[in-house]
Write a protein that binds this ligand. Structure first.
Ligand code: ATP
Ligand code: MG
Length: 748
């Protein structure tokens, strides 16, 4: 029994299309949040309490009561998918598809605004949005004159610094000298400035610029700000806990009307703030009442998503965080008891994949749709084992937000061709295609092109033409470049006459790009040609080439339209706001979840964010959550023993059922842990690729005293500084302080 429904459409159960009946399906608090249309409003509530539903219904309510026209509401969602769902839902409530909505992610909305005012920041409205690869290439070029030691200060790190500045709304002029001390010997700000200038020359911007430029325009151009104040009567924001500073500034600028009023409604949950690594500031929630005086705060306490056990387990876990506003969460479901959350110990990561897939298969046989199941992983590397197993067993699945179709080589090459077609000044794209397929353009020829482009202040393609005309480029190379330029010209004419689909086919054929893959003998080549076909199919869905390119730049999700019901695999971060009947949570082991990086560098704050992520994971489940931990895991070529995640200890026993599939017996956590933990004593890092730790019944965990000297196979010698039931905290001489399972440690 399968359905073709995509997974996770939390809010969009069918509802009557007209009248006020849409309000009847809400509880009194939700209703209050919808009927308080004017003035600032914050809905602060736990997972699954209907925050997103409130926002969507509020959108429809404003329209149905005639308070605003569809284009006078600004609605911000966290993903493109959520925007799509909200658009459909509003359409259903209104009885016809709503047009011209300002509804989307922060980035999509800003891209649209920036196209309208591009000249204000020295761009034209056809500017290109660069992806990470292009950004890096550009930054490396820009960095050159400073002769920065890139071993010590690698370009990706510097790009990260620049991005964080952008997240905080800091243009190069706003970066103060005190901000600019640690990176690249204090040159980071100067490089940032040069990078921004270069982007302007290319008529391009990166992702961070979309928000940064628009916020800067709103800050400095009162006329433009006034236009938007007149336009947007209502502002709605989902997942407010994950807004970063520049997003917050943008919202505040738009929301605060000249007379001080603000019709802004934000919904969020501080316990689900999981993007601080991308600059999100949960303090924005706390500041809301200060920023918008007279703000009303509504709390929703009834959870309509999950069973009592799922909620109990999640609540017990998150209670271990100190930095919380604190909220009550009750189950609002009648069938709420449900099954306990399962915690399953398995031998190793292969066994984990096998067990998850077998369970998914058997649940499907019992009548559950695969579309209602998800595997939520902490890190991308975890998906491979599941994918292999799913392919073997023939269970259809999709990687949501993972395999990026638009990032495959052949797609990126083609997009570069299309970008040059769309915008001849796009030098980064031109550089990518000029020698793909091979046209004999080596580094020397490229240097000549660059030098000429610089001296004439022209794009590379124009420089190429000049060099052909004055016969600097000649011979075979000259011929080939001249053919490329002629093909591009002919394609532009065709584009105007026949449209972008025909033009793209022509360009790929005439440029020799398709032939390049046809002649390629590698096993991937046929797949690449298929991908190119698929790209052309995708192009046909857009009215113009420009709109298609913008879509590609913004959309991170892989095709979602396959008809068959599929199991979803995605990261915990990507699962925010979604829900499924059955959720598999694999890899709950120290070093995987919480992640090794958090354990090494994150401190208490990092650990709390990981715990919030665990909370997000469990609360995605409606009916059943299954948590897995494996006794060993393959990291690159080696098998490494692993210990169960500390989060497993924090789950309240009354809401969970533990099971050990690794050994024959059903075991309590204590023995399960010791069983799996036996590995490191026999197996140290540098383990041979095939050797697995030998689980054996563990001796009773030895008792440790504070101050005792101990040894760990990996971290060396140290002193015990704290002890609890299963764990010992040790200050190691070389490796800092670690909390470890006692059976890992040897007394000295
Ligand atoms: P999250 O914090 O995970 O984003 P949320 O607070 O946004 O969750 P929603 O996704 O809006 O919660 O709602 C959770 C589920 O509860 C959805 O399936 C929704 O349709 C349902 N729901 C919300 N309110 C009600 C209600 N009053 N009656 C019945 N079901 C409801
Ligand atoms: Mg939500």
């Amino acid at each position: 029994m399968t359905t073709s429904e995509p997974p996770s459409s939390p809010l969009f159960a069918p509802q009557p299309a007209q009248g006020e009946s849409y309000l009847e399906r809400l509880n009194p608090e939700q209703r209050a949040a919808i009927e308080t249309t004017d003035g600032p409003l914050l809905v602060l509530a736990g997972a699954g309490t209907g925050k997103t539903r409130v926002l969507t219904t509020r959108f429809a309510h404003i329209l149905l009561t005639g308070r605003a026209k569809p284009w006078q509401i600004l609605a911000v969602t966290f993903t493109n998918k959520a925007a799509r769902e909200m658009r459909e839902r509003v359409g259903t409530l209104l009885g016809n598809p709503a047009e011209g909505l300002w509804l989307g992610t922060f980035h999509a909305l800003c891209a649209r605004m920036l196209r309208r005012h591009a000249e204000t920041v020295g761009l034209t409205s056809s500017f290109t949005i660069l992806d990470t690869d292009d950004q890096l290439r550009l930054l490396k070029q820009v960095m050159e004159p400073w002769r920065i030691d890139t071993k010590r200060w690698p370009a990706p790190g510097l790009l990260g610094v620049i991005q964080r500045w952008k997240d905080r709304g800091l243009t190069p002029e706003r970066v103060t000298p005190t901000e600019d001390t640690d990176f690249a010997n204090g040159h980071a700000r100067a490089v940032y400035e040069a990078y921004q200038q270069r982007l302007k020359q290319l008529n391009a911007c990166d992702f961070g610029d979309l928000m940064l430029h628009v916020t800067e325009i709103l800050r400095t151009q009162p006329d433009i700000l006034a236009q938007y104040h007149r336009l947007f009567r209502y502002i709605l924001v989902d997942e407010y806990q994950d807004t970063n500073t520049v997003q917050y500034l943008w919202l505040r600028l738009l929301a605060k009307q000249p007379d001080g009023s603000a019709n802004i409604c934000c919904v969020g949950d501080d316990d689900q703030s999981i993007y601080s690594w991308r600059g999100a500031e949960v303090e924005n929630i706390l500041r809301f009442e200060k920023d918008f005086p007279g703000a009303q705060v509504v709390r929703l306490e009834r959870n309509y998503r999950s069973t009592r056990h799922i909620l109990g387990a999640a609540a017990g876990l998150i209670a271990h965080n100190d930095e919380r506003l604190g909220k009550t969460l009750r189950s609002g479901r009648e069938d709420s008891e449900g099954e306990k959350v399962r915690v399953i110990g398995v031998w190793d990561s292969d066994a984990e994949a096998r067990s998850v897939c077998e369970r998914a298969e058997s649940l499907r046989r019992q009548g559950h749709s695969l579309a209602e199941m998800a595997i939520l992983v902490r890190a991308g590397f975890q998906t491979r084992a599941f994918e292999e197993r799913l392919v073997q067993t023939g269970l259809p699945y999709r990687i949501v937000g993972g395999i990026r179709f638009y990032e495959r080589t052949e797609i990126r090459d083609t997009l570069a061709y299309l970008r040059v077609l769309n915008q001849p000044a796009d030098d980064l794209a031109f550089e990518r295609i000029v020698n793909t397929p091979k046209r004999g353009v080596g580094p020397a020829a490229l240097q000549k092109l660059h030098a000429c482009a610089r001296s004439l202040s022209q794009p590379l393609s124009a420089a190429a033409r000049t060099l052909l005309e004055n016969a600097t480029l000649k011979g075979k190379l000259g011929e080939q470049i001249s053919t490329l330029l002629a093909t591009l010209e002919a394609t532009r004419e065709l584009l105007a006459r026949e449209g972008h689909v025909v033009a793209t086919e022509y360009l790929l054929e005439e440029s020799g790009y398709l032939d390049m893959w046809r002649q390629d003998r590698s096993p991937e080549a046929p797949g690449r040609l298929e991908n190119l076909k698929e790209l052309i199919r995708a192009l046909a869905d857009f009215p113009t080439l420009g709109e298609f390119l913008e879509h590609v730049a913004l959309v991170m999700e892989h095709d979602e339209n396959a008809q068959e019901a599929r199991l979803s695999i995605m990261t915990l971060h990507g699962a925010k706001g979604l829900e499924f009947d059955i959720v598999f949570l694999p890899g709950w082991e120290e070093g995987v979840f919480p992640s090794q990086r958090t354990l090494d560098e994150g401190g208490l704050k990092g650990l709390e964010e990981e715990r919030r992520l665990a909370y997000v994971g469990i609360t995605r489940a409606r009916k059943l959550a299954l948590i897995y931990h494996a006794g060993s895991r393959r990291i690159y070529a080696n098998w490494q023993p692993s210990m169960p995640s500390r989060f497993l200890d924090e789950l309240p026993e009354e809401h969970i059922a533990r099971k050990n599939e690794g050994g024959a017996r059903q075991q309590s956590l204590r023995t399960t842990e010791s069983l799996f933990a036996a590995g490191p004593l026999t197996a140290t890092p540098g383990l041979s690729p095939t050797r697995r730790p030998t689980p054996r019944p563990a001796p009773a965990a030895p008792a440790f005293a504070l101050g005792q000297q101990v040894r760990h196979p990996r971290f060396g010698e140290g002193t015990v500084i704290a002890v609890d039931r299963h764990h010992v905290e040790v200050a190691f001489e070389g490796a800092g302080t670690k909390r470890l399972l006692s059976s890992f440690i040897e007394k000295l």
